[in-house]
Each structure stands twice: as C-alpha cells, then as structure tokens.
Write a protein that binds this ligand. Structure first.
Ligand SMILES: NC(=O)c1ccc[n+]([C@@H]2O[C@H](COP(=O)([O-])OP(=O)(O)OC[C@H]3O[C@@H](n4cnc5c(N)ncnc54)[C@H](OP(=O)(O)O)[C@@H]3O)[C@@H](O)[C@H]2O)c1
Length: 162
C-alpha cells in the first residue's frame, strides 16, 4: 500500500526555504503516528530538511537523480520503478512524505491520503501537487486541538482510493 502524508495551508503551500512554513507540533505527532506503521519515501531535498535524519524505526528511502549519492542507514533509489518494486516486496505501507515532485510522480499510484489541512495562509515556495479528490472517499476527519503550542486551526483527514 502506498500513502501520502503531508500538511498544506489554504493555498496548498507545503514548504518555505527548505523547511515547513509553520510550527505545529500536533501535526508532527500525527505524522509520526502514521509513518511509524511503515516505511517512508522522500525526495532528496525533503530528506535534507529533517533535523536529525534518518527518521527512526522506519526504513528511509530517498529518491535522487544523483547516481553516486550514498547516505548512511538510508536506501537510495533513482527511479519510480525501483520504488514500486520495493513497495510490492515489503509487507508494510510505504508512506510518501514529499516533496512536491515526489507527490506528483506517484499521484496515480497512491492508495490513501493522510492530509493535515491548516486553515491559514502562509508565504513560501513549494506547493502540493494537484489531486483529483473525486477518485477518493473521505473516511476520517478530526479537528486538531488548539493550545499554546498549536495556534493554527487544523483538520486531520484520511482519504481512501475508491
Ligand atoms: N508540508 C509538508 O507536509 C511537506 C512535506 C515534504 C516536504 N515539505 C517541504 O517541501 C520542501 C522540499 O520539497 P521539494 O519539492 O522542494 O523537494 P523534494 O521533492 O523533497 O526533493 C526534490 C529532489 O528529489 C529528487 N527527485 C525528484 N524527482 C525525481 C525523479 N523523478 N527521479 C529521481 N529523483 C527525483 C531530486 O533530487 P536530486 O537533486 O538529488 O537529484 C530532486 O532535486 C521543503 O521546504 C520541505 O520542508 C513539506
């Protein structure tokens, strides 16, 4: 099974200057809970945005066009085909965690979407790829709880391909 796990603002923004445009610990917690159920695939730039890589207790797969790139404790891959073969031979979900090129590359292969909708507008430079939500059913929706550390209204949504 292939999933997307991401957070976007009201304009579909996901990134700013190589990191996240917002600080929302609740979303980090949700991200961890979801991705710990499987392995993670990300683009090379998203990997470089992780503070203490690799993400623990999950196999980290990084996609790059650099044929000589080696990263300790990380599976480096170069093509979509290689990733799909890997997803098929592992019995765990493969959670695709961005960024936009990587979401775009797998948009027709994804089975489930774990989306955090942030009801606010930020500035930034990286946007979510367009998804045809008519191909998916919304199966779960939960409002995030606001507190001192989590000041942006947000909703966790789970979609399943029809
Ligand atoms: N809000 C969220 O949920 C979320 C999630 C993820 C990321 N982000 C943010 O998004 C930004 C990073 O995302 P991004 O879209 O700029 O970059 P990215 O998708 O993480 O990485 C792009 C890189 O992936 C490799 N790549 C892309 N397409 C490929 C293909 N077809 N085959 C092989 N390799 C390929 C290339 O690496 P090489 O250059 O090494 O060849 C490319 O430069 C950061 O700001 C990050 O914080 C936000």
């Amino acid at each position: 099974m292939i999933t997307f796990v991401w957070a976007e603002d009201e304009n579909g923004l996901i990134g700013k200057g190589g990191s996240l445009p917002w600080n929302l610990p609740n979303d980090m917690k949700f991200f961890k809970e979801v991705t710990l159920t499987g392995n993670v695939l990300m683009g090379r730039k998203t990997f470089e945005s992780i503070p203490n890589p690799p993400l623990k207790k999950r196999e980290n797969v990084v996609l790059t066009r650099q044929t000589d790139l080696e990263i300790d404790h990380v599976l480096v891959m170069h093509t979509k085909e290689e990733v799909l073969e890997y997803a098929e031979r592992t019995d765990k979900p493969l959670h695709i965690i961005g960024g936009s090129d990587i979401f775009e590359l797998f948009v027709s292969d994804v089975d489930m979407l774990y989306k955090t909708k942030i009801h606010d507008q930020f500035s930034g430079d990286t946007f979510m790829t367009s998804i045809n939500y008519q191909e998916f059913d919304l199966v779960e929706e939960k409002e995030g709880i606001l507190d001192d550390q989590n000041s942006h209204r947000h909703t966790f949504q789970i979609y399943k391909r029809k």
